[in-house]
Design a protein around this ligand. Structure first.
Ligand SMILES: Cc1cc2nc3c(=O)[nH]c(=O)nc-3n(C[C@H](O)[C@H](O)[C@H](O)COP(=O)(O)O)c2cc1C
Ligand SMILES: O=C(O)C(=O)c1ccccc1
Length: 357
């Protein structure tokens, strides 16, 4: 890469940030963000499926003012996107989750705090705006109840239960790199500083997580927490129907960014089937593969109410902390506004009516 390209002013797409972040953090850390499971077939499909879609634009619609305001899982948002839950962000920048939360607030969008945050919930939420809490089903029910109570106390808008992990997918880049957590990065909501660091991510996940999760467990969460409950990681329309039957308030249609089952279908492909299964009213968030404002528009047009931004935020974080995340979010917003005005869509409601091929 030429020297000039590393200047923040020259980073004008998410792809630019992806490339620049390579030089900002260690190769194993970059591979951990960027890679996926198995042969990364789903990782590649997640982005190519967006590239293969085409927008059918409308004209003469007076697009001099565009309004992207909406609500996402009970949170007010200036744009139809929010930050996805992502673990252990101090791996990529010393300010970790605090930087991401700050950037989200600055850009008027919600962020998701992960169970495996590398900074305690209390310390992160004071820097951010509206937030969701992502829950992994843990062996330690007491700890889960504590975290849910904390989320309520801190004004969290929704609990997002991730159901497509554990067990963790086999991420071969991490295996080849012998990827280990450095001593000073650990899940701060779960372990304290002096706990023995677990050997590898997979080992620590196996020790902490409870893989017996099933539909009946949703009741336990509802008993321990009054917040809306959102299920993240569904792809099958029948699972989406079951989620509604078990009282879910929303679904994140996701293949975990191709980090879990390799060769799983993409979120964008199944989205219309899921919308059909749950009807027009249940809130659907899509993630996995959103890399531009046009992708956001495509997801809305195919049945999503909003999307989660995953890896792009972490590439921004790696490049320049909160400013980097903020720049990435700014790029997505500018691209979305551009795509909306050029396709004759003035509001999120109109974006959902747009035709795509
Ligand atoms: C480094 C990293 C860590 C993640 N950690 C979590 C997590 O702790 N909980 C969770 O539900 N999803 C986690 N995810 C998945 C994201 O929430 C999201 O589903 C995924 O990144 C979407 O794919 P994309 O980033 O390619 O768009 C993680 C993703 C990445 C890249
Ligand atoms: O890496 C991930 O995608 C993820 O969800 C996770 C799960 C356990 C530990 C760290 C990250």
């Amino acid at each position: 890469m030429r020297e000039r390209d590393m200047q923040p002013d020259h980073l004008v797409t998410v792809a630019d940030f992806q490339e620049a972040s390579r030089h900002a953090i260690s190769e194993p850390a970059w591979d951990y963000i960027t890679g996926g499971s198995g042969d990364e077939i789903t990782v590649r499909a997640n982005t190519s499926v967006f590239e293969e879609r085409r927008i059918l634009p409308r004209m003469l619609r007076e697009t001099s003012s565009i309004d992207t305001r909406t609500t996402i899982l009970g949170a007010e948002s200036g744009k139809p996107f929010a930050i996805a839950p992502m673990a252990l962000q101090r791996l990529f920048h010393p300010e970790g989750e605090i930087a991401t939360a700050r950037a989200a607030a600055r850009n008027d969008i919600p962020f998701s705090l992960a169970t495996l945050s590398s900074i305690e919930m209390a310390k992160v939420v004071e820097h951010g705006g509206q937030f969701f809490f992502q829950l992994y089903w843990l062996r330690d029910r007491g700890l889960m109840a504590e975290m849910l109570a904390g989320a309520e106390t801190f004004g969290c808008r929704a609990v997002i239960l991730t159901v497509d992990a554990p067990p963790l997918g086999h991420r071969l880049r991490d295996v080849r790199n012998g990827f280990r957590l450095p001593d000073d990065v650990y899940p701060a909501n779960i372990v304290s500083e002096d706990d023995e660091a677990a050997e590898s991510l997979r080992d620590s996940v196996d020790l902490t997580f409870d893989t017996s999760l099933n539909w009946d467990d949703l009741e336990w969460i509802k008993e321990h927490c009054s917040l809306p409950l959102v299920i993240k990681g569904l792809l099958h329309p029948d699972d989406a129907r079951a989620a509604v039957e078990h009282g879910a308030d929303g679904i994140v249609v996701s293949n975990h960014g191709g980090r879990q089952l390799d060769q799983a279908v993409t979120s964008l492909e199944v989205l219309p089937l899921i919308r059909e299964a749950v009807g027009p009213d249940l809130e659907l968030v899509l993630d996995s593969g959103v890399r531009s404002g046009r992708d956001v528009l495509l997801a809305l047009a195919r049945g999503a109410d909003s999307v989660f931004i995953g890896r792009p935020a972490l590439w921004g974080l790696a490049v320049a902390g909160a400013d980097g995340v903020s720049q990435v979010l700014g790029i997505l917003e500018a691209e979305l506004l551009d795509a909306m005005s050029l396709s004759g869509t003035r509001t999120i409601a109109e974006a959902k009516e747009l035709a795509v091929w």
